[in-house]
Design a protein. Structure first.
Lengths: 495, 178
């Protein structure tokens, strides 16, 4: 294009920009790309807001005047002290992808972005958003400075408390946009309606709206009331133990398609006593069997949709060899024939037709079970024991009783206690690989345990609900593939 | 985010200004274009941008003793003051007008801000005639004919100066990009 034409074309584009007839992008496109006129029009768009010629110098003189006055008055009147300032705390959150987090907070929390500073390489060094009046700093993670994200760490020890005008609406929107509901909003004794959500980046948010003005004294009074003895009215209600009659805290729950075969097997091999015939929550059979002092739940059947839940169970019985022979006769395959083990037990192992592992052991001595452990002890074979133990401690208040590890740190055997039960853990090796197990756990408060389990990293299967069999039960899965029913027995159901 | 020596310089300037507010000029010089560029990009209006930029620097000067070095660039602190000033302004407008004022998108890329900072700085370095034409055209919003009359030149000559000014800016911007 001849230069003369380009000069005229640029002028037309500038005319349009100045008349605000064209958005900058449109003006640039309208100017033909040829001869770089489009690029010039783009610069022209930014020139529309350029400052007046004298503005920069004028502001500088103003500032110099203020600075002189400030310095003079500061020296003349008072010793120099920092001005009174409102103390505030601003969370600085770290993310694998902070830009994605900003988009999420905009959509889910109605956040507005103040600005962001992006490194030339594209890494987000610092950004600031506001949720209402609340300010939040965000950045991509910088492991070299110890700034790691909740996603990388796998947990967050800090919860962010967000006070909003309408907690229900806020939580609804956040959940619709992908936040996980940890605790739905409910009126709390401290005068707020409060709920909890977890964002997709692993941060927990307590969200609340004030509903009444409560003095601190009143909050204390209400808080203390929780710990006082139950009222006469509560005493009048029939008392039921939160653990169903005959059960321990933890009951292994095997769910297999060939459930009936498994019923036969546990009866023949381990002299289990019990019955099946109930219908489980997944539509299959539900059977309950007793072996020694422990209960075992077996569900499934041909209508069972799966996935199957199988486990490894340690049985403490008086006669290892005879039990082993009976198990093989009932259709099991051998994992290890009976032998005396250096840790003081005679042990054997079998696998049943559904894939469950049964470890049959007794202490070599007068008493076959000197520690008084339950007859049936679940075993877990995780790839690494540490995170599983941490989860069980955080989620269910488990207590680690013992741990044997090789000098290399491989956990060969650990025992943890939950309530009245013990669970054994041995890191996966050889044929002892992780199995997708399921457990029924009796707790004093299923709702609280459910919340704790989610906070410890579990995923909800279903929220707490009263069940026709007399328990209030929720279900979660942990990060290692195990399913946990958490139930509180609330009434006895007969018949 | 920044070269360390740049950071060290900036830190010295901040400490000097904290000891003696009259030394604030160094920080102002260094950050004026960036703050103005950011505010202008967000509000899209020169008068408003000038008011807000003045507000930001007055506020920064008054609070400089409260600035604590935590490795976040001083510009980030200024931009936060700016962002809050903009947000306060929108809220005031909304209150005063009773109806929602459409809020512009808050997301501004830093490249965009740096581009403007550089551009406004380069305008100051243009040959006098070219600069005068740009100021008359973009700030005073004069037509080509009015400018031609003021400067006693032909309209064609003014258009040519305008073209040359932008071409100059474009070239120097690309030096910067490279």
């Amino acid at each position: 294009m001849p230069k003369q034409n380009r000069i005229a074309e640029l002028d037309r584009a500038i005319d349009a920009l100045l008349a605000r007839r064209a958005a900058p992008g449109r003006a640039a496109r309208a100017a033909s790309g040829a001869g770089g006129v489009a690029a010039l029009a783009k610069l022209a768009a930014a020139l529309r807001e350029m400052p007046r010629e004298d503005f920069r110098r004028r502001l500088q003189s103003e500032l110099e005047r203020s600075a002189t006055m400030a310095a003079t008055s500061a020296h003349a009147v008072t010793p120099q002290r920092p001005e009174a300032t409102r103390t505030s705390a601003t969370p600085a959150l770290s993310f694998i992808n902070a830009a994605a987090a900003i988009e999420f907070y905009k959509r889910a929390f109605g956040a507005t972005e103040n600005f962001r500073l992006t490194e030339p390489g594209g890494k987000l060094g610092h950004a600031e958003i506001r949720i209402g009046e609340a300010q939040i700093f965000l950045a991509d993670e910088y492991p070299e400075y110890g700034f790691r994200s909740a996603e990388t760490i796998g947990a967050t020890p800090v919860k962010l408390n967000l006070s909003v005008p309408d907690v229900d609406a806020f939580v609804r929107r956040a959940v619709a946009e992908g936040a996980r509901l940890i605790r739905p909003p409910k009126d709390e004794f401290y005068g707020e309606r409060s709920g909890e959500i977890k964002d997709p980046f692993g941060y927990s948010w307590l969200v609340s709206t004030p509903i009444e003005h409560v003095t601190i004294e009143e909050v204390e009074r209400r808080f203390n009331a929780f710990f006082e003895k139950p009222s006469a009215a509560a005493d009048a209600a029939p008392h039921v133990n939160f653990i169903r009659e005959g059960f321990h805290t933890v009951t292994p729950y095997l769910a297999v398609i060939e459930a009936e075969k498994l019923y036969d097997f546990v009866q023949q091999a381990f002299a289990a006593k019990g019955s099946y015939g109930g219908v489980g929550s997944a539509g299959g059979f539900h059977g309950e069997y007793r072996i020694g002092d422990s209960m075992l739940m077996i569900g499934g059947g041909l209508n069972f949709k799966g996935p199957e839940k199988i486990g490894a169970l340690h049985l403490y019985l008086p006669d290892v060899d005879a039990t082993y022979e009976r198990a093989l006769a009932a259709g099991a395959t051998s994992l290890s024939p009976p032998a005396d083990r250096p840790y003081g037990n005679r042990e054997a192992g079998v696998r049943d037709a559904s894939g469950n592992h049964w470890y049959i052991g007794r202490h070599i001595g007068e008493e076959f079970n000197p520690e008084g452990w339950p007859t049936v002890q679940p075993c877990l074979h995780p790839l690494r024991a540490e995170p599983v133990i941490r989860f069980l401690v955080n989620a269910f208040g488990a207590e680690e009783l013992r741990r044997h590890a090789t000098p290399q740190g491989v956990v060969q055997h650990a025992v943890i206690r939950i309530g009245t039960s013990t669970i054994e853990i041995g890191e996966a090796h050889g044929p002892y690989q992780p199995l997708p197990a399921m457990f029924y756990l009796y707790v004093p408060d299923a709702d609280a345990a459910y919340t704790r389990a989610l906070a410890a990293g579990a995923t909800s299967v279903h929220e707490p609900a009263d069940q026709p069999y007399g328990d209030r039960t929720a279900a979660v899965t942990d990060a290692f593939g195990n399913t946990w029913y958490v139930g509180t027995h609330i009434r006895d159901v007969h018949g | 985010m920044k070269a360390p020596e740049h950071e060290a310089d900036e830190r010295l300037l901040i400490e000097a200004a904290q000891r003696d507010p009259k030394r604030f000029a160094g920080l102002y010089e260094r950050n004026f274009d960036r703050v103005y560029g950011y505010v202008a990009r967000r509000v899209g209006d020169r008068d408003v941008a000038q008011d807000l930029t003045a507000e930001v620097f007055h506020h920064a000067l008054a609070s400089i003793t409260r600035f604590e070095w935590r490795g976040v660039p001083f510009a980030a602190w200024l931009m936060r003051i700016a962002a809050n000033a903009i947000s306060d302004r929108w809220q005031r407008l909304r209150r005063e007008h009773g109806n929602p004022v459409p809020e512009e998108p808050a997301y501004i890329s830093l490249d965009d801000v740096e581009m403007r900072a550089r551009l406004y700085q380069l305008v100051r370095c243009l040959p006098a005639e070219q600069r005068r034409v740009l100021l008359a055209r973009f700030v005073e919003q004069k037509s080509i004919r009015e400018i031609a009359e003021d400067l006693r030149k032909s309209e064609g000559a003014i258009k040519q100066l305008q073209f040359r000014a932008l071409t100059n800016l474009r070239e120097r911007m690309s030096e910067f990009d490279a």
